[in-house]
Write a protein that binds this ligand. Sequence first.
Ligand SMILES: Cc1cc2nc3c(=O)[nH]c(=O)nc-3n(C[C@H](O)[C@H](O)[C@H](O)COP(=O)(O)OP(=O)(O)OC[C@H]3O[C@@H](n4cnc5c(N)ncnc54)[C@H](O)[C@@H]3O)c2cc1C
Length: 551
Amino acid sequence: MTLAADAATSLGATGLGATERWDVIIIGAGLAGMYQLHRLRQLGLKAHVYEAGGDVGGTWYWNRYPGARFDSESWTYGYSFSDELLDEWDWSEHFSAQPETLRYCNHVADKFDLRRDITFGARVRSATYDEAANEWEVAFGDGGCARARFLITAIGPLSAPTMPVIAGVGDFKGEAYHTGLWPHEPVSFAGKRVAVIGTGATGVQAITEVAKTAGHLTVFQRTPNWCAPLRNSPINAATQATIKANYSEIFAKCRDSFGCFIHAADPRNALDVSASEREAFYEKLYGEPGFGIWMGNFRDVLIDKAANDTLTAFVARKIRGRVKDQRLADRLIPTNHGFGTRRVPLESGYYEVYNQPNVRLVDVRETPIERITATGIATSDAAYDFDMIVFATGFDAITGSFDRIDIRGRGGRRLKDKWADGPHTYLGLQIEGFPNMLTLVGPHNAATFCNLPRCIEQNVDWVTDLLRHMRDNGLSRIEATAPAEEAWTAHVHDSAARLLAVQVDSWMTGVNRNVAGRQKRTFMAYAGGAPKYRDKCDEVAARGYEGFVLA
Ligand SMILES: Cc1cc2nc3c(=O)[nH]c(=O)nc-3n(C[C@H](O)[C@H](O)[C@H](O)COP(=O)(O)OP(=O)(O)OC[C@H]3O[C@@H](n4cnc5c(N)ncnc54)[C@H](O)[C@@H]3O)c2cc1C
């Protein structure tokens, strides 16, 4: 079996010889790394990006699987920092598909001439703080290295793909693809016997698309997820004009909402209204596009079990109404968590796929996969032959991309060891013992619960202001204090305590059965909401970067 991967990445090749030197090294050329580069250039700093992939875009460069598209409204997702960019870019759909988003990333890179300061095909294998020089050295797969005073990680919350822990996972002789390492060439499913393993957000998107042309599709499901309709549609000329005329209101609304989505929670409690009023509200939300049913629902549905039960029962009824075979519907309805307590996949005809004669669901809780063979997949009760296996098995989320770099701070301390029992950070942006390293969209940041670009812009602007402050005041070293880090880490856990989501295994709680050492629940994100997070970051800066030692 060969899994498609970027050739440059698999070599880890940079083509670098001698050590390259910069003021700032940024790892990653997704939305965070691109914007950070742009801002640091404006400051007049010599910044350089090292990116494992062959071009810009991050998530949108790697995830080319069929069906990949936004669940954020496109027009809330683009960068907000340039009016000219907002004005000249037309999103064609309310929830654009991956090719369009990748085109957008390329457009931004061209417009701001970003590529001249990015080295592609450069996977950073290690990053070491040199205390004597007060510099970071990053090393690549090919032996090349680079040095800078500051290291900024922009390595993505969902960028470390994981394969399932199944015996014989490398034995399959047919076509095999991981959705997060999808080939650049078109992949045809026509007439083929296809298996998809995984029914998370990606699996749900891919299954719906593959089912359209596959000869036969078998879905291997371990944990069903609560999905809701995406209700995507094209953007016509009149709507396009309205969106463009209203960008400042749109972004202001996003800024004020918990996760920077356009959907704000309803101020009522679910159980404070009558059953018929509640039902009508759920019906309305189910009929609307996007995350409204998750983010714009009654204010207590994600924190109060009795409230959540009403929503969960509503969505279960919807699934039953869409799947003809009720025994199959039973298998598609989650029983181990309530609606919205894990990430909600948005779908476009997902449940109807199971009414097709060419689609079969294998529930691996009933008949576990025993091994992958040369010709297919063997479960406890059958051997299935396939032409293709699609691994929609997701990512080692949030900390996975950190773990894949050997990061060593003061005294040679490994970040992986420091985070062995879960992340410890200050503001999700800095780590005690790792001076001058700043972590965009890192763990404990509000960004992980966010309509990402909105939080990325906040993270990057804050870091840029910090570096400006340091330059203007002749400072060259910043490190979080241990008490500030402890207090923030405790606050992150407190912020999550009231959420029903903390009682559920998911990537938000750091559990991934495909990754060794990720079986214990922790909390990966700041759950106090983006507005509070932004206020806290601003307050820290206003108080002269309280909680940090600057020198
Ligand atoms: C399929 C999918 C759909 C999504 N849809 C949405 C959505 O609708 N709305 C939303 O808000 N978010 C969505 N997300 C989350 C998405 O990750 C963010 O929106 C955003 O793209 C994150 O940008 P980033 O720059 O932080 O990280 P990324 O886009 O992940 O970029 C990180 C980059 O760092 C590089 N990198 C990592 N490690 C190394 C290393 N060691 N050396 C060199 N380079 C490295 C990677 O190759 C990658 O290019 C989605 C994610 C996925 C996977």
